[in-house]
Write a protein that binds this ligand. Sequence first.
Ligand code: MYR
Length: 179
Amino acid sequence: MGTDVFNKVEKINSELFTLTYGALVTQLIKDYEDIEQVNIKLEQMGYNIGIRLIEEFLAKSNIGRCADFMETAEVIAKVGFKMFLGVTATVIDQDPDKREFHLILDDNPLIDFVELPEQYKHKLYYSNILCGVIRGALEMVQMKVKCTFMKCTLSDETSSDIKVVLEEVLSDMIPVGYD
Ligand code: MYR
């Protein structure tokens, strides 16, 4: 029974989280009529979260420096997503130069119960906050990346796909957790 109550509380927390995020996106759509501005705002909010969240990530995960960007990809997909969203992602399409990969979201709690009205499909990147979180977190460990939502199941596409491209390795900063 104890476990049962715990599971119910967990489920309610996760539903509250999903609904709160939905309310945030809805409010942004009201505030900015232009959907592209909503995408930008969500990404910026995520960035501000990401630059803070990396410290908690490094402290809790005890993960050291990754050997290369592809290892970073796996760490984000399997450890980062699990820690903050309770799900994992799959890394695909790593390029031979090891500067680019795609994350396929196996499951995305942000979009539970969400249905996009037709006029927003292929325009609104509802979970774009995740792109910002990844960009902010990686910037704090010296990797400047560009992160783009390529596909979204809410727009009837086959998967939710985030592309991450390494643009620059910032070397003159002491990364968080390594000082
Ligand atoms: C390194 O310094 O090479 C290790 C880098 C690990 C970065 C991991 C970033 C975690 C980002 C979590 C994203 C969660 C999205 C919900």
